[in-house]
Design a protein around this ligand. Structure first.
Ligand code: IMP
Length: 195
């Protein structure tokens, strides 16, 4: 059973979420910044590759088990873009601009099928063990009508399948029950902690 875990991220929001979930299970959580670990460049072309790159590099440097996640939005009419480049799609991380750009791209595509999904891959690397992966996906569609102020990134333009509200109109609990990241984390907790 894992007793300590480095979260391969400098994003305090992500680290807090993992702390909330894992500390009650008796796991000591370290952030990459706390251990002065470097940023790892996401040079892969898939979520799995990027998550593995981050977990493996930081586990090797720290000598500790390390968990990394990579996620993004894949839009069918755009051939799956922005995909692994979702974070970099936003100019200066300005997601208001990014959402306008995305809607314009969809309008220009001429397609009226605005289906999309979010994907998330978690990679867990323990020293001397092969990397293990947990994945989650949520299907839905993009709406031109931006709504809601919760969440982050593309949440105000993404409506999950079976709903008429965007992720940004949902509480964090409701979103986590449906979301790509929520599903990947649930699979990780089930397998690693029987939780
Ligand atoms: P990462 O931190 O490299 O995994 O970047 C993920 C990027 O994908 C974010 O910057 C957002 O653009 C997008 N993304 C991933 N998950 C979500 C989500 O739950 N809601 C909205 N946008 C997301």
């Amino acid at each position: 059973m894992l007793k300590e875990l480095v979260i391969a991220s400098h994003n305090q929001g992500k680290i807090n979420e993992f702390k909330q979930m894992l500390e009650p299970l008796g796991v000591k959580i370290y952030s990459a910044s706390e251990l002065n670990l470097p940023d790892v460049e996401e040079t892969g072309t898939t979520f799995k590759e990027n998550a593995a790159l981050k977990a493996e590099a930081l586990s090797q440097i720290s000598g500790k088990p390390c968990l990394a996640d990579d996620s993004g939005l894949c839009v069918d009419a755009l051939g799956g873009r922005p995909g692994v480049y979702s974070a970099r799609y936003a100019p200066n991380r300005d997601f208001d601009k990014a959402m306008i750009m995305l809607i314009n791209e969809l309008k220009d595509s001429g397609s009226d099928d605005w289906s999309a999904h979010f994907s998330c891959v978690l990679a867990l690397k323990e020293p001397d063990r092969p990397t293990r992966f947990y994945e989650g996906k949520v299907e839905g569609r993009i709406t031109a009508d931006r709504k809601g102020s919760n969440g982050f990134g593309f949440d105000p333009v993404f409506i999950p399948q079976g709903y008429e509200r965007t992720f940004a109109e949902m509480s964090s609990e409701e979103k986590q029950n449906l979301s790509h990241r929520g599903k990947a984390v649930a699979a990780f907790l089930q397998k690693e902690f029987n939780a």
